[in-house]
Design a protein around this ligand. Structure first.
Ligand SMILES: Cc1cc2nc3c(=O)[nH]c(=O)nc-3n(C[C@H](O)[C@H](O)[C@H](O)COP(=O)(O)OP(=O)(O)OC[C@H]3O[C@@H](n4cnc5c(N)ncnc54)[C@H](O)[C@@H]3O)c2cc1C
Length: 364
């Protein structure tokens, strides 16, 4: 094994995660050979990112790896929800649908691609394959199992020290992959070494924003028998939800029908009662008018000034029947119609009888 090796490249990429691998592919596609150094000898299998948002998908589409990502993404029905359950196979307490609402529809309308769901190790494998393929064409290389331990820059460029990790190098199949230390001279360095970036620290760039908000522990386990059972539980939950929805719809329909029937019956009864009351009132008024009861009388001053009650014939006022004693001496030329309250007429006249009207008589 060589103790040290030297290498000169246009661009050194520190970190072989999704960003570093993407950068390697992109530079190769522009014909810029780069050296990517990744400290892990083997790709991580621990799942991290899994939702690839629309913008990231657009970038992957530009690179030409969209079909591979889509091909490995499970059906959307299996990942569109966050489910909160009492246990893995227990009762579902709540579910949040990522694709509900207008945002999802807007995103779909605005982009030729859409959000996908792929575990980060699977995405990294796709990107690594692409970067390796392009590296062969552009003269770039990927060096895994080495850690960038030193970085220094001046006006002429950057010098970096890459140290072989105890877990071993080897991946990358480069001549340097056997050296203990690799000294690299580069024109530029891309710091793609993640959230706890050493490159950022060496450059004296502070982390912006608040300190860590939370700390998580991530446990990855495989349970091949779990998925079919989850599916069964899901189907049972779906059946329960459907039954509930059906019962709710039936109850609602019945309630509505009942309410409508009652409202209609009530309205009809009220209308009928109103019509009946109106008919009765009209009939009573008419009867009273005709029979000369305690109601408004149509009186005429006949010739000779005698008051006569008008004939109640419909549409015309009949000739008046004598009602009060004839005024002697003065004869009125025309006929005048007056409306008098019948009892008052007689009270004024001092008639003690309660119903003093003579029955209508034919006109003279
Ligand atoms: C549990 C978990 C869940 C997540 N879920 C999501 C999600 O759903 N959606 C989402 O968008 N993001 C998610 N993320 C965040 C996502 O994983 C990161 O944003 C993403 O990995 C960043 O990619 P990267 O290439 O910049 O950095 P990393 O993936 O961190 O890659 C950096 C690489 O640099 C290497 N490296 C570091 N220092 C050196 C050095 N000195 N020399 C050589 N190599 C070095 C590391 O080994 C590593 O491989 C999640 C993260 C975690 C931990």
């Amino acid at each position: 094994m060589a103790a040290a090796a030297r290498r000169r490249v246009p661009v050194l990429i520190v970190g072989g995660g999704p960003v570093g691998l993407y950068a390697s592919s992109l530079l190769s596609s522009y014909g810029v050979p780069s050296l990517l150094v990744e400290r892990s000898a083997q790709p991580s299998t621990h799942p991290r990112a899994h939702l690839i948002n629309t913008r990231s998908m657009e970038l992957l589409r530009e690179l030409g790896v969209e079909p591979q990502v889509r091909a490995q993404t499970p059906p959307m029905s299996e990942w569109r929800h966050f489910r909160y359950c009492s246990t893995l196979l227990g009762e579902q307490i709540a579910a949040q649908d990522h694709m509900a609402g207008s945002t999802w529809a807007q995103l779909q309308a605005a982009s030729p691609t859409e959000m996908q769901h792929l575990s980060q190790p699977k995405l990294a494998a796709i990107l690594r394959a692409d970067a390796t393929r392009r590296a062969a064409e552009s003269g770039a290389s990927l060096l895994c199992g080495y850690e960038c331990t030193l970085l220094d820059q001046d006006g002429t460029g950057v010098r970096a020290e890459l140290r072989r990790r105890p877990s071993g190098g080897g991946a990358g199949a480069q001549a340097e992959a056997t050296a203990e230390v690799v000294h690299v001279e580069a024109e530029d360095v891309l710091g793609c070494d993640g959230a706890h970036s050493s490159v950022r620290r060496w450059l004296g760039l502070p982390m912006q924003g608040p300190p860590p908000l939370q700390h998580f522990k991530s446990v990855h386990f495989t349970a091949p028998d779990l998925w079919p059972r989850l599916r069964e539980a899901d189907q049972a939950a779906l059946a329960r939800t459907l039954a509930l929805a059906l019962a709710l719809a039936l109850t609602l329909t019945l309630t509505l029908t009942l309410t409508l029937t009652l409202t209609l019956t009530l309205t009809l009864t009220l209308a009928l009662a109103l019509a009946l009351a109106l008919t009765l009132t009209l009939t009573l008024t008419l009867t009273l008018t005709l029979t000369g009861g305690d109601a408004v009388l149509h009186l005429q001053l006949g010739r000779g000034g005698r008051l006569r009650r008008a004939q109640p014939a419909a549409g015309r006022v009949g000739r008046a029947a004598p009602l009060l004693p004839r005024h002697r001496g003065r004869r009125r030329a025309g006929r005048a119609r007056v409306r008098l309250r019948h009892p008052r007429v007689h009270r004024r006249r001092g008639n003690p009888h309660p119903h003093p009207h003579p029955s209508p008589s034919p006109s003279p």
